[in-house]
Design a protein around this ligand. Sequence first.
Ligand code: SAM
Ligand code: SF4
Length: 328
Amino acid sequence: MRAPLVDRFGRVADDLRVSLTDRCNFRCTYCMPAEGLAWLPRSDLLTYEEIERLVGVFLDLGVRTVRLTGGEPLLRRGVEALVSMLAARGVPDLSMTTNGLLLAEKAEALAAAGLRRINVSVDSLLRHRFAEMTRRDALERVLDGLRAAERAGLAPIKLNCVVVRGTNEDEVVDFARFARATGYQVRFIEFMPLDAEEGWSRDRVVPSEEVLAAIGRVYPLVPVDHGPEPARVFCFADGAPGGVGVIASVSEPFCGDCNRIRITADGQFRTCLFALEETDLRRLLRAGADDDQIAGAVREAVARKWAGHRINEADFVRPARSMSMIGG
Ligand code: SAM
Ligand code: SF4
């Protein structure tokens, strides 16, 4: 076991997001353009063996949580095989973020392969609005996927809901009601300037405080102590099942406590969603680097991790790649 990954501000990086692909079967308006985003050539994507090797190095560096993401991770062929390779490596907390479109057919195989829990993105419970936001008329299929995940024992099920002003903020209480009915935890995410169409503006961000106030007026909430996660989590004061969480990346940045690091589908290591710099782990892997060299490159990059994103500063610069290419 190597020394943990500590940056110059004393933060320990132990939560790794691994993007499996930049491709997606949705085109969410806050993430991708309707068309025209060029895909990475397949030969640029890390193979499952390369991902397994890298995850092994990261486990040795103290990583505890590995979340598979994308693009849409369920589009990667035979993804269950990767899940079982990583589970066999003994990842303590292995999870996935998906849009749920293929979950009904995949949930059982994923659970059998060793996936523990799942986050599913659902931005509206209204069919027409879901179709507008994702540019796919697929709410029913995603809801089927959620039920399949539940049957397969992927628990707890968390929903990710990006709240965009003028689009879906009127549904936050409906989502809380849905959480109470299903036992799911619904996490409301602030819209971040990572959309490919660069349509983000501050007035389209719905601050998490506003979401909590709207829900609290109908269903009083009680904060829950949940460890080092960036989400603030609440249960219902009346003891109903389920809960809500908020991720206030824009209005209340949690960079001071950030424990996250990322690998893109093409093997670039990033110490922040908004990082302007990447470290090319794929090149190292393919040049025959040994584990010490890879661990050394990762450690150097983590040491350089900045204090935090600068969304709220005048000198903010958007990263060159947008959300689906980085891996959310
Ligand atoms: N395709 C999968 C999905 O949608 O769950 C996984 C990848 S997606 C990039 C990961 C998460 O990022 C999703 O919950 C999505 O809603 C969120 N996301 C995408 N673009 C965003 C943005 N501009 N601001 C905030 N969250 C965003
Ligand atoms: Fe695809 Fe997820 Fe981006 Fe939506 S948020 S376009 S589902 S990668």
